[in-house]
Design a protein around this ligand. Structure first.
Ligand SMILES: [Zn+2]
Length: 249
């Protein structure tokens, strides 16, 4: 999960107007949503969702998905990749706008522009309306977020968590799902490990050339569009640390 910068996406000029128009009676919606969010997060009434609590303030089909029209703009935050698993989202049909705070539990954030992130179906579907009973999930656009403090990626494509917040994130977003682990391993085997082997071989005969090659690899892995770049940066840094002391990606 790469650190993300929300400023890369521009909030639409008329967004507050759009948000007000999304519900039939906005003041009434805000009043009921405020009452709902005053309930404890683990209160059964809250867990049953806002649509059950106050259906009268929502359109018949539930929240109007006005965010969907801005998918391309929201995609800029994560460089067209899923904000959580970092898979590339090339086809529009698999791109989903994810509410970091689920609208069923946080209706006041349903039209909060800063609550949107791009996600793939593989992460967004299992997460759905889930929310931890205490604390939050790891948030990739949080200013203090650093991947190394939360996740340790393995050379076989799998990932370990380093704290309870990361554990909840890995489990609820299914970041250890087989297809994802396989895909990470596929890229690692074909695009990263070979280059690292070459660099390691070169270090004894031509250190300067090895260092140059390592820098080029570093540039690729720092490219925000490179899939699974966080996992591969961790792997490459660890693999090259001993042979190229002082080198970092
Ligand atoms: Zn994903």
């Amino acid at each position: 999960m790469r650190k993300l910068d929300r400023n890369l996406a521009k909030k639409p000029d008329n967004w507050s107007q759009t948000a007000r128009k999304a519900v039939p009676d906005h003041p009434k919606f805000e009043q009921r949503a405020t009452e709902f969010e005053a309930l404890d997060i683990n209160d059964p009434q809250r867990r049953a969702g806002f649509q059950t609590f106050a259906p009268e303030v929502l359109p018949k089909r539930g929240f109007k998905s006005s965010w969907g029209r801005h998918k391309e703009e929201i995609a800029k935050i994560s460089h067209g990749k899923c904000s959580y698993c970092e898979c590339r989202l090339n086809a529009d049909c698999v791109m989903q706008v994810e509410h970091f705070k689920p609208k069923a539990l946080f209706p006041l954030s349903a039209y909060d522009w800063d609550n949107y992130l791009l996600a793939c179906g593989g992460c967004n579907m299992p997460k759905s309306d889930n929310w931890p009973t205490e604390g939050e999930y790891v948030r990739p656009d949080h200013p203090a977020y650093t991947p190394e403090a939360h996740f340790q990626f393995r050379s076989d494509g799998d990932v370990d968590w380093l704290n309870p917040e990361a554990e909840r994130t890995v489990i609820d977003f299914e970041l250890r799902r087989k297809r994802l682990v396989d895909d990470r391993r596929w890229y690692l085997d074909r695009f990263v490990k070979n280059v690292i082997d070459d660099i390691l071989e070169l270090t004894s005969e031509n250190y300067a050339s090895a260092l140059r090659k390592a820098s080029i690899l570093g540039e690729s892995l720092n490219d925000p569009e490179f899939p699974y770049s966080t996992a591969f940066k961790q792997y490459a840094s660890a693999a090259l640390r001993k042979a190229l002391p002082g080198f970092s990606i």
